[in-house]
Design a protein around this ligand. Sequence first.
Ligand SMILES: [Zn+2]
Length: 526
Amino acid sequence: MMAWFLIFASFSAVYSYSPLNYTEIMSRLLHLNATCPFLRLSSSQTDFNLPSPEDCHECLTPILTISNSNGSVPQIYFSGCLHGNERLGPVVLAELAEFLCSNYDTNSWIKRLVDTRLIIMTPMTNAQGYYRNQREESVGGRLYDTNRDFAYMIKGECFKTITAKTVEKIFEKYLIRTSITFHGGDASISYPWGAPDHKKDEKSTEAPDHAAADSIAKAILEFSQADLGVGPMTDKVYDVTGGMEDWAYAGGWENSVNPEKPITNCSEFSNSNPEGLKQLMFLVEADNDKSPDTERYGHKSQVLSSEQGGLIPQFIRMSLGLIDLAKPYILADIVTIENGIRVDWTVWGCITVDYTQVFYGKYTETLYEEIIKDSSKSISLLKKTKNRGGKCRWGGMTEFSEEIITEEDVIVVISAKVDSNWLKQNKPDPNVPPQSHIVNSRTKQHYKVSNKNYSIDESSFFFSSALKSDLNSTGPADKDKKFEGSFQWNALYLVILIIGIISGLLYIAAKKYFYQPLSQQEEIEL
Ligand SMILES: [Zn+2]
């Protein structure tokens, strides 16, 4: 019966989400580090030589990186908590990491995200605060609100806390395009501006990247099914000085265009990577309750199902949406039809397809290799179909299709240009074009920036991978299109859940005859 109990308890522990404290999250992260080949656990103490936070039993500030690529792939950052008594974000991130690891082999969308992105997380950014269930971080006996400790409109000192120093070091190292900072105590997803220097009539003025921020926030909110309001931080939360969000967004450019020079030159750090501070950062106030009841956390099977599910599935979905949106891409396949081929495709990682079209030519080894090497140079050798507009995955998803009459096998490559409406502005403050990497890397004809570790080198006109038809076959010839796995995975969960419930009932029925107390060790392992 103990075996039944262990099976049931394991299923319950793995498949139902619940609150986790500092020690439980650390133990989860250590387990993932030992078992998940593309996840790396480090800390700001080991990576950046920062001291451990005080009064925290030598606790570390964990940093996770998740990626199956060594190249300069799009980077997305997640902070679990700046305020240690807001308990949901750290669990969301620990479970997001677990979800990416456990679904990599069975879900092709998750595999694609891990293979083509670098996800950086600090699940417990304010490690001391989370450990002690306290909002602030205490330094030298004084309590600091960590989200007033960043170099935006601060007079005097900033980066006093290990929390802010950790974030600063991460932003110095990487070239992050977009990010989420989880908070609690309200219900909103918000974006710049969120400081008093960009406020008029108690509302935020228009940030130069407002169009993109608003459309991304709405898209990931819809996918999450969370019950949150949307808008600028000043309108939805309140304006602050020393907040992380405006600094992450504008720290790399605003002083050069705003005579007020809101980016503070703090004494402890000199920023060697201004390109690291052009992120679109979203502030997510995950729930009105800073520490929601366990029954609202939800279940792992809800993450990729169509139901709203509990809070953790909602915010895992929101995070997956943002990871996908970091860069646009095309998924296509070729189907052999009676007099030629049909090309089916969808465009992901974006909201609006400005235009898309198919380029094709008679298959030869040489042409195929040239296209793989550089599609933009070789498309002049190809025929093309008409330009078409539509919607990307995150704006409604148009399923594009073109038939090509041919008696010979062809090479196909699809091009697209997306999200040019992110350039729309009414009265931007300051009066400059959009500044963030996520906007410029998809709207500029050629966008190239780098720091000492990474680079972004992209064009607004981009391509699918090259596909080859196979007229001798029927059905899909070459495909890079449909993501598979989520349904099978959910069905598997259901079966496992039923087994778990039956096991539990058997256990409860037999408990009075066979009861033995668990040892301490067994309880911890569950
Ligand atoms: Zn907060």
